[in-house]
Design a protein around this ligand. Structure first.
Ligand SMILES: *Cc1c(COP(=O)(O)O)cnc(C)c1O
Length: 303
């Protein structure tokens, strides 16, 4: 009994997250109501949807992994969240990072180093094998008694944690909007909807057809209560544009809503554009999921 503890409490995870009413002076916004689910406030270090996807891994103190290995890029919110949780819970953590940042680690990687993560920089060819059956078996042999977690924390077991975004929200809504990269967050939301509700994903990278297939692989059945909007990636993953940066700045200032350009900024940009073109029926109740990710927006300059 004595070494049982509440993991969320130990990590400082704050749930449920607040719902913020959002009434911008944008053309078309007066026709609908908008609320923002502030999952960016789950934790100051652990990024919102990364906690949702990982929560099952850490839910039961009796079955915590003995060691964890996972994958990501040099700015990965997922590796950052895992690195912090493993450090707090004394779980050895190995990160396979795409590209060699050893001479110039990003702020994210410097956090991992401070948290005692074992980092292995791998080239693009090795990294591209991260879903291969044979490669994963080799890793399992080299790292016995270690739980392997896919890139982004996106695995079937992640959906349950994402569903709690909806189940903890008492407010009623017609459509929920979130960013899409690996698709597990959107899939989790879709599986929590009532039949009359819809989900809309905003693609943050170029991937017509591909992103839909990623989402579908997580869904138990084909449904037509969701779709992905592909016009708002601003050139690709982590690419930005001047209008995007302007919108992020004005929303941050006028609405006490911190945004970053990779995920949440693109979602709000898409929302503004779709409101102007009356994509949503009059009176629609829109729920926007702020997935967090603010750590990834830190500058790479060495302080
Ligand atoms: C990883 C991430 C996403 C993408 O979620 P997927 O489940 O991979 O589609 C969205 N927002 C933030 C802040 C993220 O870190």
């Amino acid at each position: 009994m004595s070494n049982h503890f509440n993991v969320e409490q130990k990590l400082g995870i704050k749930l449920p997250t607040p719902l913020q009413s959002f009434s911008p002076d944008w053309p078309g916004a007066e026709r609908v109501s908008i609320h923002i689910k502030r999952d960016d406030l789950i934790h100051s270090v652990v990024s919102g949807n990364k906690w949702r996807k990982l929560s099952g891994v850490f839910s039961d103190p009796a079955t915590l992994p003995n060691a964890i290995l996972s994958f990501g890029g040099g700015f990965s919110n997922h590796l950052h969240a895992l690195g912090y949780c493993c450090h707090q819970l004394n779980i050895p953590f190995t990160a396979l990072v795409r590209g060699d940042y050893s001479a110039n680690p990003t702020p994210m990687l410097r956090d991992l180093i401070n948290w005692g993560t074992r980092i292995r920089y791998v080239n693009r060819i090795e990294y591209s094998r991260r879903h291969d059956h044979d490669y994963l078996n080799q890793l399992r042999l080299a790292h016995p008694d270690t739980t392997l977690i896919p890139e982004g924390g996106s695995q079937q077991a992640a959906l349950t944690g994402v569903q709690s975004v909806i189940t903890e929200t008492e407010h009623n809504f017609d459509v929920v909007i979130c960013p899409v990269a690996s698709g597990a967050t959107l899939a989790g939301l879709i599986t929590a909807l009532e039949p009359q509700q819809r989900a809309m994903g905003i693609a943050v990278l170029k991937g017509v057809g591909y992103l839909e297939s990623l989402v579908e692989q997580f869904l138990p059945a084909r449904t037509d209560n969701w779709h992905i909007a592909h016009d708002f990636h601003h050139g690709g993953y982590a690419k930005t544009s001047a209008p995007l940066l302007t919108l992020i700045q004005s929303v941050s200032e006028q609405h006490q809503l911190p945004l970053e350009p990779v995920y949440s900024g693109k979602v709000l940009f898409a929302l503004k554009s779709m409101l102007a073109s009356h994509v949503f029926a009059q009176g629609s109740r829109i729920l926007v999921l702020h997935t967090g990710g603010l750590q990834g927006a830190r500058s790479t300059k060495v302080e």
